[in-house]
Design a protein around this ligand. Structure first.
Ligand code: BGC
Length: 395
C-alpha cells in the first residue's frame, strides 16, 4: 500500500468512508433492488439509472455486498424482461432498415417498481445497457456466481444494443442527442464483448451463436468507427498527441472519456491514444484533484465531480501511477460531509459561476448523497487496497 503522505489519521478517515459508502448505498437501496441516484435531490428522487446503478453495483461487488448487487441485477433483469417484446420489435425494424424514432426507445431512468417515469427526461441513452452487461459479468465472475439465471434478460439487453448502437443518442450527461460519443460506445462495446465471451456453469456459451457473432461484429465496427471518426487532430506542435474526442468530429475533451481506457478498454490502456486522452482530461479538466465534466459545463456553475475524480484515479492506479490515484482518493474524502455523505459535485472551482444560482433556483441544492459518488469511491479505494476481502470486516 503506497500511502506516501497519508498519516494514520488520514487512513482512518479514508477507511471510515469505505464503511460509510457501503452503508449509505445499502440504506437507500430499494427493497426491490433499484439503486436510487439520489434519495433526496429534487430532479432525481424516485428514479434509478442503469448508468449510475452499474457503477454503484461495481463498488458494492468489490466491497463484498453480494446480496445487494444480486438484487440490483434481478431488478434490472426483470425490468428488461418486461420489455422483451418492445425490444424484439425494435430489432426486427432495425434489421429491416427502418429509421427508429427516439420516442420508441427504452427510457434512460426508471421508477423503482420498474415502470417508466411520468416526468419528461432526456430519454434515449444506450451506455447504461452496456454498463449493465459489463457489470453483471464482472460481478458474477468475481464471486463465482452463475450467469444462467440472467440469460434471457441479457439477450434482451444485447438485442436492444444491436438495434440501437449506431444511432446518435444523449451522452453520459444527457446532452447532445444529435452526436455520437465514444464514452457511450465504449460501454456498449465492452458489454457486448463481455457477454459474447461468457460461459454457463456447464462450460457452454451463454448466448446463442447468432447473438455472439453479431455482438462481436458490432464491437469491431465500434473500434473501427472510433479510430476513424472520433480522434482529435492533436496539437499543431505534436500531432501524435491526438486523443479521443467528446463526440465524432469534435476537438473537445470530456472527463467521461477516461472510461474508454479503464474500465471499458475501447482503447488499449497504456497505448499512445489512451495516454493522450488521460493527459487531455487531466490538463483541461482537473484542478487540485477535482475533475470537471467538460469546459463548457454550466450545470450548477460547472463544479468538480467526485465520481470523475475517482474515474481518473482508477485509471492512474491501473497505469501504476499510485501517488496520483491516492491524490484523487484524498480529494474525494476531503469533500465528503462530516457524516461521510458524498455530493455529486462541489463548487470550490466553478467553470461558469454565473450559472450556479439559476440551477439552485430551479432544482435546489446539489444532489447529496449521490450514490454514484459513493460507488466510485469504493472502486478507487479497492484499487488502492483499502477494501478487505470479506463483507464481515466492513460492518
Ligand atoms: C447526470 C447523469 C446521471 C444523473 C443521475 C445527471 O445530472 O448528467 O450522468 O446519470 O444525473 O445521477
Amino acid at each position: 500500500m503506497t500511502t506516501t503522505s497519508t498519516t494514520p489519521a488520514d487512513l482512518d478517515h479514508l477507511l471510515s468512508l469505505v464503511r460509510t459508502s457501503v452503508e449509505v448505498i445499502a440504506r437507500h437501496q430499494d427493497e426491490g433492488g433499484a439503486y436510487p441516484a439520489s434519495p433526496t435531490f429534487s430532479a432525481y428522487k424516485g428514479y434509478a439509472w442503469f448508468r449510475d446503478g452499474s457503477f454503484i453495483a461495481e463498488g458494492m461487488s468489490r466491497a463484498g455486498q453480494v446480496e445487494s448487487v444480486d438484487r440490483f441485477h434481478r431488478w434490472a433483469g426483470d425490468l428488461l424482461l418486461s420489455r422483451a417484446e418492445q425490444v424484439a420489435a425494435l430489432l426486427r425494424r432495425a434489421d429491416a432498415g427502418e429509421e427508429l424514432p427516439v420516442e420508441d426507445m427504452l427510457p434512460t431512468r426508471f421508477r423503482f417498481d420498474g415502470s417508466d417515469g411520468q416526468d419528461p427526461w432526456w430519454d434515449f441513452q444506450t451506455d447504461g445497457y452496456g454498463m449493465w452487461l459489463w457489470q453483471l459479468v464482472e460481478h458474477t465472475s468475481r464471486h463465482g456466481l452463475p450467469l444462467e439465471p440472467h440469460c434471457e434478460a441479457i439477450a434482451v439487453a444485447v438485442d436492444y444494443l444491436l438495434a440501437t448502437w449506431s444511432k446518435p443518442c444523449y451522452d453520459w450527461w444527457e446532452e447532445h442527442v444529435e452526436e455520437r460519443h465514444p464514452s457511450t460506445l465504449a460501454p456498449v462495446r465492452a458489454g457486448l464483448l463481455a457477454v459474447a465471451a461468457a460461459h454457463g456453469t456447464d462450460g457452454t456459451a451463454l448466448l446463442d451463436g447468432e447473438r455472439v457473432e453479431r455482438s462481436r461484429a458490432v464491437a469491431e465496427q465500434i473500434s473501427a468507427l472510433v479510430a476513424e471518426e472520433a480522434m482529435t487532430s492533436g496539437r499543431a506542435s505534436d500531432p501524435s498527441a491526438a486523443h479521443l474526442a467528446k463526440w465524432f468530429g469534435s476537438e473537445m475533451v470530456d472527463a467521461s472519456l477516461a472510461a474508454c481506457v479503464v474500465p471499458f478498454g475501447l482503447v488499449e490502456p497504456g497505448s499512445a491514444v489512451a495516454e493522450a486522452t488521460l493527459e487531455a482530461v487531466a490538463r483541461d479538466l482537473e484542478v487540485d484533484g477535482g475533475v470537471h465534466r467538460f469546459q463548457a459545463d454550466v450545470f450548477y456553475g460547472g463544479g468538480q465531480w467526485l465520481l470523475l475524480s475517482a474515474l481518473l484515479g482508477w485509471n492512474h492506479a491501473r497505469a501504476g501511477r499510485e501517488a496520483e490515484a491516492w491524490r484523487h482518493l484524498r480529494w474525494i474524502a476531503a469533500h465528503a460531509t462530516d457524516d461521510g455523505e458524498m455530493p455529486e459535485q462541489v463548487p470550490d472551482h466553478l467553470r461558469h459561476p454565473d450559472f450556479r444560482q439559476e440551477w439552485l433556483d430551479r432544482w435546489g441544492p446539489v444532489a447529496e448523497p449521490l450514490l454514484w459518488s459513493h460507488g466510485m469511491y469504493l472502486i478507487l479505494a479497492d484499487e488502492l487496497g483499502l477494501i478487505p476481502d470479506t463483507s464481515e470486516t466492513l460492518s
